[in-house]
Design a protein around this ligand. Structure first.
Ligand SMILES: C[S@@+](CC[C@H](N)C(=O)[O-])C[C@H]1O[C@@H](n2cnc3c(N)ncnc32)[C@H](O)[C@@H]1O
Length: 400
C-alpha cells in the first residue's frame, strides 16, 4: 500500500490577500475563480505531481533502464520518456490551462476597471518617487514575449499611463502561489531582509538597488527593513513602475524611487550602492544581458557591499528528474531564457564581472508567509518539500 505525507490543507481564501489603493477590486464570482485556481494549483503540485513521480519511478524509469542499461543522464532523456506518460501529460496540460485561466481571469477583472486604476496611478504619479523616461526602449527580450502567458508581457500598454499588466500580475499571483508568498506576495523580499538581519546584523545599507523590481513586491520589504536607506527600484517596464509607485505610497512606504532604466546600463555612479538585489529577474533576461547585469552590479557596489540574486535553484548538482520538472516553464510557460540561465555557472559569471571568487556565496531562503492569515501556508513552509517549486528559493551572492 502506498503511504504518503498528510495532504496539506488548501490555500487561504482570496479575501485574505492584502489590499491597497491600486489593487483591482474583485466581485464574488471573480474571487471564486481565483479560489478555484489556487486550489487547483495546489492540488496539481501537492497531490498530482507526486503521482507523476511515481509514474516515473515505477514505469518510465524501468522502461528506460531495460532499453539502455542505465538511468537517464540528462533531463532531455527524462522529458522524452515522460512525454509518453499519461500522468505527466495530464499534469502538464492542466498546469498550462490554469496559467492561461489565471491570465484570463486577471485580465477580465482588470479591464473592466482599468480607467479607474490608471487614474489612481496617475494621481500618485504627481507625488515624488516615480521617474519614467519618455521614449525609453525596453530590451528586445522583453518585447514580443508574453512571459508566463501574460498577454503583452511586462511592457504591454493598452492606454495612456497604463497599469493593466502589473494589475493583472498582482491580482492573479495568488492563484499561482496559493498564498505561499504571503498576503502581499512579498515573502521572498521578506526572507532576504530577515536573512540579512540574521547573517549580517551590523550591515546597515544606506543605498539599496533592486534591479528588475517589477511592481515592487520584493522591494518593499527591504525598504521597510531598512527605513533609513534610500532605495532605487529599477525596471524597464513603465507600467510596472507606475503601479509599483502607487502601491508603495498606498502601503505607506516612502523611501523608494521607482526608476525606468535598463539594468544592463544603470544611470548611477560607480560604487554608489551598499546592497544590490534581484528577485526572479535574471531568468527574464538574455545570455548577453546577464553578463552586463553582473558587470553593472560589480561597478555599482561600494566596498564591503553585498549583491544578492534570488531565483529558483540552479541545475548544477540537481537530480535529472527534478531538473526536468523545474524546466517545465521553459517549454510550457513562455520563459525563453529559463533553461540557459539555470544551467549557467553564476560563480564564474561573477568572477568574469570582476568579483573575487572567494567573495561569492550561495544560500537559500524560504518565502516568509504571514502565519496569522495564512496558517496553512506557514505550515507548508516548514515542510522540506517545495511542492509548488515556488517558495524555496536559491540565493547567489557576491561581496565587493
Ligand atoms: C519576474 S519579474 C520580477 C519582479 C520582481 N523582482 C519580483 O520579485 O516580483 C521580472 C522583471 O524584470 C524586468 N526586467 C527584465 N529585464 C530588464 C532589464 N534589462 N532592465 C530592467 N528591468 C528588466 C521586467 O520588466 C519585470 O518587471
Amino acid at each position: 500500500m502506498h503511504t504518503s505525507a498528510p495532504a496539506p490543507q488548501g490555500p487561504p481564501p482570496y479575501q485574505a490577500v492584502g489590499k491597497h489603493a491600486v489593487m483591482p477590486q474583485t466581485r464574488h464570482d471573480e474571487a471564486a475563480r481565483f479560489n478555484f485556481l489556487a486550489n487547483m494549483n495546489q492540488y496539481l503540485s501537492a497531490e498530482f505531481l507526486p503521482r507523476v513521480k511515481r509514474a516515473y519511478d515505477k514505469r518510465a524509469l524501468p522502461r528506460f533502464q531495460a532499453q539502455h542499461g542505465r538511468a537517464p543522464e540528462h533531463r532531455s532523456e527524462v522529458r522524452e520518456l515522460m512525454s509518453e506518460e499519461p500522468a505527466y501529460q495530464t499534469w502538464s496540460a492542466m498546469r498550462r490551462a490554469t496559467m492561461e485561466q489565471r491570465q484570463q481571469a486577471g485580465r477580465s477583472v482588470v479591464l473592466r476597471q482599468l480607467d479607474r486604476l490608471n487614474d489612481i496611478a496617475r494621481s500618485a504619479a504627481a507625488e515624488p518617487g516615480l521617474e519614467l523616461t519618455p521614449g525609453f526602449k525596453p530590451p528586445r527580450y522583453l518585447t514580443g514575449v508574453d512571459h508566463h502567458c501574460m498577454p503583452g508581457g511586462y511592457v504591454g500598454e493598452l492606454a495612456a499611463d497604463d497599469v493593466s499588466a502589473p494589475a493583472n500580475y498582482d491580482v492573479g499571483i495568488f492563484a499561482t502561489t496559493g498564498g505561499a508568498l504571503g498576503r502581499y506576495s512579498d515573502g521572498g523580499g521578506t526572507a532576504v531582509a530577515e536573512w540579512l538581519k540574521r547573517e549580517h546584523p551590523d550591515f546597515k545599507p544606506k543605498r539599496i538597488l533592486d534591479l528588475g523590481c517589477g511592481l515592487g513586491h520584493n522591494t518593499l520589504p527591504l525598504a521597510q527593513a531598512f527605513p533609513e536607506a534610500q532605495v532605487v527600484a529599477l525596471d524597464a517596464a513603465a507600467p510596472m513602475l507606475r503601479y509599483g509607485h502607487a502601491r508603495a505610497r498606498s502601503l505607506g512606504v516612502r523611501n523608494v524611487r521607482f526608476v525606468q532604466a535598463d539594468a544592463e546600463a544603470v544611470p548611477e555612479p560607480d560604487a554608489s550602492f551598499d546592497l544590490i538585489t534581484t528577485c526572479m529577474f535574471l531568468h527574464e533576461t538574455s545570455y548577453t544581458a546577464i553578463r552586463r547585469v553582473f558587470a553593472e552590479t560589480r561597478r555599482l557596489l561600494a566596498a564591503g557591499g553585498i549583491s544578492l540574486h534570488v531565483e529558483q535553484p540552479q541545475y548544477q548538482n540537481m537530480d535529472v528528474y527534478e531538473q526536468f520538472v523545474r524546466d517545465w516553464d521553459a517549454y510550457n510557460n513562455n520563459e525563453p531564457f529559463w533553461t540557459t540561465m539555470h544551467d549557467m555557472d553564476l560563480t564564474q559569471l561573477a568572477v568574469d564581472a570582476g568579483f573575487q571568487r572567494e567573495h561569492t556565496f550561495e544560500t537559500g531562503v524560504r518565502a516568509v508567509v504571514d502565519a496569522a492569515v495564512f496558517p496553512q501556508a506557514a505550515a507548508l513552509a516548514k515542510r522540506q518539500e517545495d511542492y509548488g517549486r515556488a517558495a524555496a528559493w536559491y540565493v547567489f551572492g557576491a561581496r565587493a
